[in-house]
Design a protein. Structure first.
Ligand SMILES: C[S@@+](CC[C@H](N)C(=O)[O-])C[C@H]1O[C@@H](n2cnc3c(N)ncnc32)[C@H](O)[C@@H]1O
Length: 254
């Protein structure tokens, strides 16, 4: 999924698409701005095993989207360092990291239903207790469900690169999004992004470096932190000579 930027086979600029930047209602009311989303809703088959995991484990591990902050200590049943992951895909890295860091709690946000089912299946297979999942647009989740100064970390691994220039507006890592996200970190909390698309890596570096509340932990790109597993797509890309760039920034203390 992650290394084929054309994965959606979708034409976002098609006229009349629901994600158009503005909409003019037929009743003559003024046009109002629509948010440009970083994803398209893809039909995807949920396997039998994923469906079973959703039925059996969903009630315990899925947190429904709400328009008010969540009591995360209550949702996890404990008080522990808390990391938000945006766009976990099929959840393989999420599960591996959660298993390796049992003392931390992970809030995974993903819009794609088979991915949600896949992560629930991994939670069941590996008996993980430190993950909660929200199936919703991460931008709205951050706005509504996460209070400022409450996150110890944020992971954004291989966000959709939207490689055509006319689609760059859909990229997640842009100044307004980072300005929304950074205050959710505690002072000293980290934001870790990774991408295999050089042009997006450059954009990430520029955008994160320009956010005044963040500071880079490295000179430019960071070495891959040990906790981020190398995915099979990444391994294949590396074999083919493609690069991967990690960026790790911290929220400044003041
Ligand atoms: C290219 S995939 C990467 C998946 C995973 N992080 C990995 O490394 O394999 C990007 C994922 O982000 C999800 N996504 C994109 N924008 C999102 C948003 N605003 N809220 C939640 N999920 C989003 C997509 O559905 C997709 O599964």
């Amino acid at each position: 999924m992650i290394h084929d930027p054309n994965e959606t086979g979708y034409e976002p600029d098609a006229p009349g698409h629901a994600d158009d930047a503005t909409q003019s209602p037929a009743d003559g009311a003024p046009a109002f701005p629509r948010r440009i989303r970083s994803f398209v809703t893809r039909a995807g088959r949920v396997s039998t095993g994923q469906r079973r995991a959703m039925d059996e484990l969903g009630p315990r591990f899925l947190v429904p989207y709400t328009s008010s902050p969540v009591e995360w200590d209550a949702a996890f049943g404990r008080h522990a360092p808390r990391v938000l992951e945006i766009g976990f895909g099929m959840g393989a890295s999420t599960a591996e990291i959660a298993a390796a860091r049992p003392g931390d709690d992970f809030i995974g946000v993903e819009v794609h239903e088979p991915g949600v089912g896949a992560l629930l299946k991994l939670i069941g297979e590996q008996q993980l207790t430190n993950i909660r999942i929200i199936q919703h647009d991460a931008v709205e989740v951050i706005e509504q469900m996460i209070e400022p100064g409450t996150l110890d970390g944020v992971h954004v691994f291989f966000p959709d690169p939207w490689h055509k220039a006319r689609h760059h507006k859909r990229r997640l890592i842009q100044p307004p999004f980072v300005a929304l996200l950074a205050p959710r970190l505690k002072p000293g909390g980290y934001l870790h992004c990774a991408t295999d698309w050089q042009n997006y890596a450059e954009q990430m570096l520029e955008v994160l470096a320009a956010e005044p509340s963040l500071e880079n932990t490295a000179e430019g790109y960071a070495p891959r932190p040990d906790y981020r597993p190398v995915t099979k797509f990444e391994r294949r890309g590396l074999r083919l000579g493609h690069g991967v760039w990690d960026l790790v920034f911290k929220r400044r203390a003041t």
